[in-house]
Design a protein around this ligand. Structure first.
Ligand SMILES: *Cc1c(COP(=O)(O)O)cnc(C)c1O
Length: 492
């Protein structure tokens, strides 16, 4: 299968590219991104045939349906990375919380957030391609806390790929920062920035557009790739767990194959929800995809009112920072799939120029046939964390809590809902400790201990060990000095 461009082709680039090209060089004409030319149809028997498949078997078959240009043994080795999750046979367990509400836990990988579900196998694929072609790549990442650790973890000590990761110093949790600054592999550089996540992200954008920086890379024979979810290499691994979660509900006797479910997705850049959308289009019986947001609720307005509106809107810092996003990259792939490349280019240009676009009534109807949306304030999130722990004995993080609001207001309660849990409690412990004990402002380590005691559980060893590890990455600098720092890291 080939990949085409969401904003159409400019005549300079090939009109369609292979999967491997799309993941190595994810930038496409007019600033668009690559999307699959068509989606495979799973057919009537697929779900029944996989009623008892383990995760890797299901994944292998789904990837095969895409007919991508990656050797089977490379795919197998990439999928073997799920063996490092808590339960290799079931890396994404689905847990019943209450009548018709189930949580699919996507955080059982090495960095305890859902980014591992895709970045673990994706990192292996990208590095294998680079090695096979004898090419060298640099991945630049700006992180608000979850992508950075997951990207570093997947690329550490891999040949032909280097990673430079920018994070806002003081803008992540202690656990997230420690996950990054204790990584000591020679192909990784972690840089703290004086500023917030937007500063880190805009610094990265400036760097990507800097002719001097690009000339330096060229001189060194290094190409840029990307590990964020504009890279389809991440999205393809995000279809799988939606289908797996559905099959889990069938195995648990909650549904019969063919029954419809809601998917309830805590959303930021929309990669997770896009995976659900593709799964639905490939034949997964989904009633609706619920898009859960925090106070940065551009997606809620888009889906409820048909307007993508960032005018006069400031990003607000919430207790679910991985969803603190205004410009949600993967919405573009939905526009493309529903309305075509010309319309997508028009809408995205409007968004770039005036921070705003509006769908027609017809377009909005199409969008609302698939999605429904609501957002959750920090206070509501705290309440959901407290009451779900108190009433259902289920411990969850603030991102997951946003799904409970969407479930409350958007789901028909007669139909089972799969809500996605995107982070373990350990990654956002001060907020959770505040919800459970009423005491705010704890440090991560105090909060971890307070929660562990209250819930009668242990702090997982990967997390406890972070506080003992040596700090290997000590660079904290001003934005202006980033380029020099990265060039120095790339060496002579
Ligand atoms: C990345 C992330 C999200 C948002 O996922 P998208 O695919 O960008 O919509 C939600 N929760 C957590 C914990 C995350 O790390």
């Amino acid at each position: 299968m080939n990949f085409i461009e969401t904003r159409g082709n400019d005549g300079q680039r090939p009109p369609s590219v292979s999967f491997s090209s799309a993941i190595l060089s994810p930038m496409s004409s007019y600033g668009g991104i690559y999307s699959p030319e068509s989606l495979p149809d799973l057919g009537d028997d697929f779900l029944a045939n996989h009623a008892d498949s383990d995760y890797k078997t299901l994944a292998r078959e789904l990837l095969a349906a895409f007919e991508i240009d990656i050797d089977g043994d490379v795919i197998d080795a990439a999928l073997d990375l799920y063996d490092h999750f808590d339960d290799p046979a079931n890396p994404a367990p689905v847990v019943r919380v209450r009548e018709n509400l189930f949580v699919s836990e996507l955080w059982h990988g090495p960095t305890r957030a859902f980014k591992d579900m895709a970045l673990q196998p994706f990192g292996y694929l990208l590095a294998s391609l680079a090695q096979a072609r004898g090419e060298n790549y640099l991945i630049l990442a700006a992180t608000s806390g979850d992508t950075g650790p997951a990207a570093l973890e997947t690329f550490k000590n891999r040949d032909n790929v280097r990673v430079a990761c920018l994070y806002p110093d003081g803008g992540t949790s202690d656990v997230q920062r420690l996950q990054m600054v204790t990584e000591d592999a020679p192909n990784l550089k972690v840089i703290g920035i004086h500023g917030d996540f937007d500063d880190a992200q805009s610094a990265l954008k400036m760097l990507l557009g800097s002719p001097r920086f690009n000339a330096t890379l060229k001189e060194k024979g290094i190409s840029l790739s990307a590990a964020n979810s504009v890279n389809f290499g991440r999205i393809i691994f995000q279809l799988i767990y939606h289908i797996h979660s559905y099959l889990e509900l069938a195995r648990q006797g909650v549904i019969t194959l063919g029954d419809r479910v809601y998917l309830d997705v805590p959303s930021g850049n929309f990669g997770n929800a896009l995976g659900g959308y593709y799964a639905m289009k490939m034949g997964l019986p989904v009633e609706k995809i619920l898009i859960a947001s925090n106070r940065n609720n551009v997606l809620t307005k888009l889906i409820n009112e048909g307007r993508y509106d960032m005018r006069g809107t400031q990003l607000v810092a919430t207790t679910s920072p991985a969803m603190d996003i205004l410009k949600s990259s993967n919405v573009e792939r939905i526009l493309f799939d529903l309305f075509g490349a010309d319309r997508t280019r028009e809408l995205m240009q409007q968004l770039d120029e005036s921070r705003y676009y509006e769908l027609t009534t017809d377009e909005l109807e199409k969008l609302q046939a698939i999605f429904s949306a609501d957002y959750c304030t920090d206070e509501e999130g705290l309440d959901y964390i407290r009451s779900t722990f108190g009433n259902d004995g289920y411990l969850m993080d603030p991102h997951t809590a946003t799904c409970f609001k969407a479930w409350q207001t958007q789901a028909g309660k007669a139909i089972p809902t799969i809500a996605y849990s995107t982070a373990e409690w350990t990654k956002f412990s001060p907020t959770i400790a505040a919800a459970l004990t009423g005491k705010g402002g704890m440090s991560d380590i105090d909060a971890l201990e307070a929660i562990a005691e209250k819930a009668g559980i242990a702090i997982p060893p990967q997390i406890a060990a972070l506080f003992e590890k040596e700090i290997a990455q000590k660079t904290v600098i001003d934005k202006e000095d980033i380029e020099q720092e990265i060039v120095a890291f790339l060496g002579a």
